[in-house]
Design a protein around this ligand. Sequence first.
Ligand code: AMP
Ligand code: MG
Length: 298
Amino acid sequence: MAARRKSPKSDATKRAREPLSSLLRVPSGPVRMDQFDPRATPGYPGKGKQDAQRHVDALAPELSDLQERLYADGRSNPDSVAKVLVVLQGMDTSGKGGVIRHAIGLVDPQGVQLKAFKAPTAEELQHHYLWRIEQALPGRGMIGIFDRSHYEDVLVVRVDSLVPESVWSQRYDELNEFEAKLAANGTTIVKCMLNVSFDEQKRRLAERLADPTKYWKYNPGDLDSRSKWPAYMEAYEVLLERCNTEVAPWYVIPADRKWYRNWAVAELLREKLAGLDISWPAAEFDVSAEVGRLTAMP
Ligand code: AMP
Ligand code: MG
């Protein structure tokens, strides 16, 4: 039988199957925020907003299976070291909370360790800036989610000059070393920059101000950060360039379309968990003997 020629359709299917991680990974070299389109939808398998919930829901069974394997491995395998750390960064309204609800919310909360980092407390300020980060790292078998992170120490800290430049400028190398150690100890690190545009942020802030059920999300300080947008973008460019290592890569997630943003983080997490290739722990008991005992019972 003659070999069938590849149809254009099968090429398109293949392209669509390129891992999302390679589509969203920040390329090495100089970074400019305007190289990323906040409205793009790379790798999205459906049509758009109308089928987004279906595509997110379709990830749920595999995500929860993979998360349960990770958790079971952490509980039952004495040699296990595997854990996952998802770092969420982004300007106000970029949707860190939305991602946690809609993407991370697909897995069993028992296996998730969530930590939101606010301005450091008086106690935290007495320690090295990584002290509070270390306290919050995920344990074996867990998925840690950082809503803001150690990267604030080269973002707000840099933009607002909370420490001298001679101090924050040393931190990029220090963060790389810190993350390299975590990776060497079994942590899969996934760093997501939720990229909302300046215009979309204004729309979302206006929405919060127009809706009493959203006042709680609004903080007058958000406008102070907004007024320093160019300085924040520059700070992001530097950290995306300098802290984008093989063991702790940065992904820029287009975030102007909430449905894409939520799907993309869920799919990225699915891909990373699948890559761990964790099998179910073997029984630590004699299965057939237990079946026999149970059968013999009334
Ligand atoms: P939100 O995440 O919107 O609740 O806001 C948390 C606030 O804490 C933001 O304004 C951050 O910039 C601030 N924050 C987080 N980490 C740090 C840090 N290391 N130093 C100073 N401010 C921080
Ligand atoms: Mg906020």
